[in-house]
Design a protein around this ligand. Structure first.
Ligand SMILES: Cc1cc2nc3c(=O)[nH]c(=O)nc-3n(C[C@H](O)[C@H](O)[C@H](O)COP(=O)(O)O)c2cc1C
Length: 190
């Protein structure tokens, strides 16, 4: 397995989850193919005051791919099987709905569809509150199809003192799902 991941940032609140994953995976020397949806770019600006270009400037090893590039190599199963996984962080309910129902309106939806059909590990860090029945049914569909639904809900048993620690808990759980080693949170000891 190559040390490569696809990271998608969509327009849910919680751009910091995508940003932190970029930071951590970049430090780990992963090749990262990054796709940011139009709404994802809007929320990134609102929450972190960063543009997509700022991401590219900070993380020079990333390959930035447009959400419109539907024919990009990561849309293809024969290429995606070489990746350790696909992460959508944060994942909006709109993207969740498209993935759950096989609708491809952009490259992010197509990459997720390809991940499900090729059994490439896929993690959706979803964020919304409260959930409607539609959201819950879509989560069930994705979970049954083999995707990991990972709500952006940090735990408190490790007594986080900072927002960063709470973010790192969720990011660490996402890396656990891809079986990527890390020390982002303290594991439960009994
Ligand atoms: C500031 C802001 C915060 C948002 N937060 C959420 C959210 O937490 N969850 C969600 O599902 N949608 C949220 N939305 C709405 C999505 O951005 C919207 O549904 C968009 O169409 C999603 O498109 P995408 O999935 O292609 O990124 C938010 C929008 C804005 C502007």
């Amino acid at each position: 397995m190559d040390k490569k991941v696809v990271l998608c940032i969509t327009g849910a609140s919680g751009s910091i989850y995508g940003y932190r994953l970029l930071e951590v995976l970049h430090q780990m020397d992963f090749e990262i193919d990054l796709v940011v949806s139009t709404a994802g770019a809007m929320v990134l600006k609102e929450e972190l005051d960063l543009s997509v270009k700022d991401l590219q400037d900070r993380f020079q090893k990333i390959r930035l791919v447009s959400e419109k590039a539907i024919g990009d190599r990561i849309a293809s199963g024969s290429r995606l099987v070489k990746y350790a996984g696909v992460l959508v962080a944060p994942c909006s309910m709109s993207t969740l709905g498209c993935v759950a129902n096989g609708i491809n309106q952009n490259l992010i939806h197509r990459v997720c569809e390809t991940a499900l059909k090729e059994r490439v590990p896929m993690v959706l860090i979803i964020r919304e509150t409260p959930y409607s029945v539609v959201h819950i049914e879509n989560m069930l569909k994705v979970s049954k199809a083999g995707g990991v639904i990972l709500p952006a809900s940090p735990a408190f048993y490790h007594k986080p003192q900072t927002v960063q620690e709470m973010v790192d808990f969720v990011v660490g759980k996402a890396l656990d799902s891809l079986r990527i080693e890390h020390n982002l949170y303290r594991r439960w000891k009994s």
